[in-house]
Design a protein around this ligand. Sequence first.
Ligand SMILES: C[S@@+](CC[C@H](N)C(=O)[O-])C[C@H]1O[C@@H](n2cnc3c(N)ncnc32)[C@H](O)[C@@H]1O
Length: 260
Amino acid sequence: MNDELRQRLVRPRFPRSAGYDAQWMIDNWMGPSALWLAEWLCSALDLRPGARVLDLGCGRAATSIFLAKEFGVRVVAADLWVKPTENWARIDAAGQAGLVTPLLAEAHDLPFAEGYFDAIVSVDAYHYFGTDDLYLPYLSSFVAPGGGIGIAVPGLAAELDDGLPEHLVPFWEPDFWSFHSPAWWHRLWSRSGVVEDVRAEFLEDGWRDWLDWSEAVLEVTENEVPRKLVPREVGMVRADHGRNLGFTRVIARRKLPAEV
Ligand SMILES: C[S@@+](CC[C@H](N)C(=O)[O-])C[C@H]1O[C@@H](n2cnc3c(N)ncnc32)[C@H](O)[C@@H]1O
């Protein structure tokens, strides 16, 4: 990777991520820049050293490594598609074997004690399994009362209630209907009754981060999966030019027992 490309992947608003090798980030690609999203998410969470954190849908565990390195938290790196043996090698190579435990887990069948975690985070994964009314009440049972839950996901500035805009039609996949607006997430989480202090926000100009990152991946990677999937994202985000697409962050804390 040349220096010019490396420089393009340094974002002043994500100073922690800037300390990570851009080639390493791209080699562990599973979607729009995971570390930028993790950094944005964690800036709104109170993560103290030693806290137990679940990184749900961690993919190749780049975000789990980031959490451990940056905040000194103890992370369970749980994922369905990427197996623990593969992630363990990466975690060990990153010097985080003492803090990060890889685990095979299905989001609806989690093998933890109730109230075990101090916080639960999920980067670019929650929309795959968490859009129904029943999921947050289930997931929140694994965080201690008062503990934080935070997700960062691809999303929409506003719901597409009038149908899919013409310029998105050539790129749209059925999966993309799991993209939602901050207002949609705010309503889903608020009315669940199991969390409070719900905040849902759209990352300002997040589409530019999405596009720059995806273009860089295409310039560098030889991996056939991103080579197949990313051109569609690049075309879509470029055509949209920030009108609809970007990233949504949702944060809340589990209610204390007396409040439920
Ligand atoms: C787009 S990848 C993102 C991975 C990682 N968080 C990142 O940002 O690089 C989505 C991840 O969600 C995980 N996932 C999807 N459905 C899941 C489920 N039902 N239970 C657990 N993980 C799931 C997949 O295994 C996949 O690694």
